[in-house]
Design a protein around this ligand. Structure first.
Ligand code: SF4
Length: 576
């Protein structure tokens, strides 16, 4: 072995790992001996090579190493130790008051803890809650944890999820355990894993929905948590279920988007409600998920997602992080081959059925997450609550939990628009609920400017950010609101870097942070896009202004909107 250079060693060690999976560890020992190799990659003894579910990413890594490629550093780290096996280290770090360093940073994210220095020298904890739906009891509990261990506030994310920030090193495990006590299991909420499974915010209460997505989001959530081979993917992965309700689940921006459709009588399949399978959405890379021409019964969705993920796990690029998402396997193979490989995993053929033969989706209400709406249950209503750029103080969380318990069923529904709904409120209680929401300093109604104002964490808490997105988004709305009256709902998305957590390409108006030279100074600013959309209005926004200082952005947007108001042919012309 000493005669080989590093690349040759890597290649041979990878080859040996592959052989171990075929020969078993005893056979491997003999085989390795014949090659003069006493251990596998990274100095681990050969008999420590994982088997079972953990073998999946080793096989994929070996395949790419055998092709002469070099794994990226994150994959090398996963190879040394499965990041799920970090709990003892996390407890030790906490006892010593230390944050993780180097490759441990990635591993801790598998457990939901992100050390977000230098933006904040503390942990951010990201949760997971299927479909974004949780109980008032859980909401209160999260607020208590944010008070005890964090900064006394939470952020609602664009995956209908919650984050606690400003957690000191010593309290990381306390947060994770506290959430588990509440039934909030966060394993895999960050890093190269399947993120929070989203669904329709109005699932089960929406008069127009085709189906209730809650059981599917829940089943998918627990399928991930109970299958270790669903962890350690080449890169992050998103799954969403849209049930056809008034509020879009933005499923076409997910790696897997399941969209409910109705098929009428007289077709080649029995009439009823099915799901369409869409693959490859990643709006930050300017791509929406594409319909695969496949019709699924609801009970097929989770097994199909399992198979799609397994194909990705085996074939995603583990050498280049920029090309590691599902989209790039689809680009390399074509969608037809990917579906065939998925069918091989499933062991049966999926039902091909043209999208055009399905009934059109019921309409989306663009700002349907705001205001008071009747439910399918007679006499009951849901109320949308506007959260300024997703931020909630813990006092407000306690107040909302009380409203949900006292006047509703104790259910709180987070939306991908960084707002929330309280459901199951009797009509006679609506005035009191509105009053209590306002007493908390929140709103149940909003202008067309503020109703879908989405902003990522930004520079205040994310090291990748080029600008203070939440602050600037608020300043834009504050500036526009008294100056302009819009008769169409407008979506404004402000994102801090190309990771595009706030999906700037989807907004009617989208901003992405950048440094801007003003004289001899470098200041925070944005490139500004217009014309993005999703669903029926699916479109990637196009850049109209480059390198605008953040202080000038409100005026630039005002001018764009005035031009629209002055030049549209009729009030029916949408901004897009
Ligand atoms: Fe951070 Fe970039 Fe995501 Fe904003 S878009 S939260 S800056 S990674």
């Amino acid at each position: 072995m000493s005669d080989f250079n590093d690349d040759q060693k890597n290649y041979l060690e990878g080859f040996v790992r592959g052989a171990e999976l075929t020969l078993g560890s005893r056979g491997l020992a003999t085989f390795a001996g014949t090659l003069g190799l006493n251990g596998a990659a990274n100095g681990k003894p050969a008999d420590a090579v994982p088997s079972g579910p953990d073998a999946v990413h080793f096989i994929a890594q070996n395949k790419q190493m055998a092709e002469g490629k070099k794994l990226c550093s994150q994959e090398e780290a996963k190879r040394k130790r499965h990041p799920l096996d970090m709990w003892d280290d996390m407890v030790k770090h906490a006892a010593e008051g230390k944050f993780p360093k180097g490759e441990d940073l990635l591993a801790f994210k598998y457990h939901g803890l992100f050390h977000v220095a230098p933006a904040q020298d503390s942990y951010m904890c990201r949760m997971r809650m299927p479909g974004g739906i949780l109980t008032a009891h859980q909401f209160r509990g999260i607020a208590a944890i944010a008070d005890d261990c964090g900064g006394g506030y939470t952020d609602v994310t664009t995956r209908a999820n919650l984050q606690i920030r400003e957690i000191p090193a010593a309290r990381g495990p306390d947060v994770v355990l506290g959430l588990q006590d509440l039934g909030i299991l966060i394993c895999g909420s960050g890093a190269d894993n399947i993120r929070n499974v989203t669904g329709s915010a109005t699932a089960g209460i929406d008069p127009q929905e085709l189906t209730d997505t809650r059981p599917l989001a829940r089943a998918m959530h627990y399928h991930i948590l109970h299958h270790r081979e669903m962890y350690g993917l080449p890169r992050k992965f998103n799954i969403a279920f849209d049930g056809g309700g008034a509020i879009s689940a933005l499923e076409d921006t997910n790696d897997i988007g399941f969209t409910a459709v109705r098929v009428g009588e007289g077709k080649s399949v029995p009439a009823g409600v099915y799901f369409r399978l869409q693959l490859g959405g990643i709006s930050g890379h300017k791509d929406f998920a594409k319909d695969e021409g496949v019709l699924l019964k609801p009970e097929e969705c989770v097994p199909v997602a399992d198979a799609v993920v397994k194909v990705f796990n085996e074939n995603g690029d583990r050498t280049d992080r920029k090309k590691a998402r599902l989209k790039y396997v689809l680009d390399r193979w074509g969608h037809a081959k990917y579906v065939e490989e998925t069918e091989q995993k499933l062991g049966y053929k999926l039902t091909r059925f043209p999208l055009a033969e399905c009934d059109p989706r019921p309409p989306v209400a663009k700002h349907g997450h705001m205001g008071v709406h009747p439910q399918k249950q007679p006499g009951l209503f849901y109320v949308g609550v506007l959260l300024p750029v997703g931020r909630l103080q813990t006092e407000q969380m306690h107040g909302l939990a009380e409203i949900a318990e006292k006047f509703g069923s104790g259910t709180i529904r987070l939306t991908v628009w960084q707002n929330l709904l309280i459901s199951d409120i009797a009509g006679e209680n609506i005035p009191e609920v509105k009053r209590r929401i306002e007493d908390l300093g929140l709103h149940w109604d909003a202008s067309n400017v503020r109703g879908a104002l989405v902003a990522c964490t930004g520079k205040a808490g994310c090291k990748f950010a080029a600008a203070h997105t939440k602050q600037h988004a608020t300043e834009i709305a504050n500036y526009l609101e008294p100056r302009l009256t819009l008769d169409h709902p407008l979506n404004i998305h402000v994102t801090g870097c190309p990771n595009s957590c706030a999906q700037h390409y989807l907004g009617d108006i989208g901003l992405i942070g950048t440094g801007v030279e003003v004289g001899e100074e470098m200041v925070e600013g944005y490139h500004i896009f217009v014309g993005g959309g999703y669903g029926e209005e699916q479109h990637i926004g196009r850049e109209v202004y480059r390198s605008v200082a953040a202080t000038d952005a409100p005026l630039a947007i005002e001018q764009m909107l005035r031009a629209y108001l002055d030049h549209r042919a009729s009030p029916d012309d949408s901004f897009n």
